[in-house]
Design a protein. Sequence first.
Length: 293
Amino acid sequence: MILGALEAGGTKMVCALGDETGRISEQVSIPTTIPAETIPQIIDYFKDKKIESLGVASFGPIDLDKASPTYGYITSTPKKGWGDYNLLGELKAALNVPMGFDTDVNGSLLGEVTYGSSKGISDAVYITVGTGVGGGVMSGGNLVHGMLHPELGHMKMVPHSKDTFPGRCPFHKNCLEGMACGPAIGDRWGRPAKELYDNELVWEMEAYYIAQALANIIVILSPKRIILGGGVMHRMELFPLIREKTAENLNGYLKTKELASMDEYIVPASLNDDQGIMGCIKLALDALEEAGR
């Protein structure tokens, strides 16, 4: 079985081939410029690969309501040229195979709970902390969409007592993304994060914001596991700080077996940054099954 996977990011589009076991046989990266340049390259990649279906996990916001006339569209993104763009429609017209569609972070979450160390967990949250901050939610084995899809990166933050940075989000200033994404670290300190490894306050502050968000997520969504991915989370020393500060925020209010072992509750992504692509493979597989093929 040959399944296509498209992880559609704001910086690059990763196209890949895989099978039902999640094994990736090949992948390529295409720069995300404007649709007229990027989409033909994606179509050219897949058109002769004999894929049986395609899973697409896209940056957003996107329309996930299958009853909506704009289902499959990228909607109000500030990414130039991509606003109100019919991504899924263009791909379907060119490739004519069943397609699954979801957010990029839901794709990463799906990859982790299908093929990663969180396999089989039915209630989980995936947070990516990188150029931006986004979140995917699974409840009762189903990816959460609702009115649109969760935008966990835009919950408002209580500023750290030593932080004078106003936040960089153009919509909300001091939301989680505005305070904790990679570019926010650089803006706050005047140097990129990779040059700040020896500054303890940088990472204490980063953990403060992420932990504040995780405590909010825990009391609202009650996940059985939280998975943290993205470029900023490659700094593994953040994890003990985040676990400690999350527990401080909860202040003993919740008593569960999951929270009793924070090392196993708040965990790093486990699929070597391929979790998004592997989630796309699962989206493709599900679309094939839904089509009855």
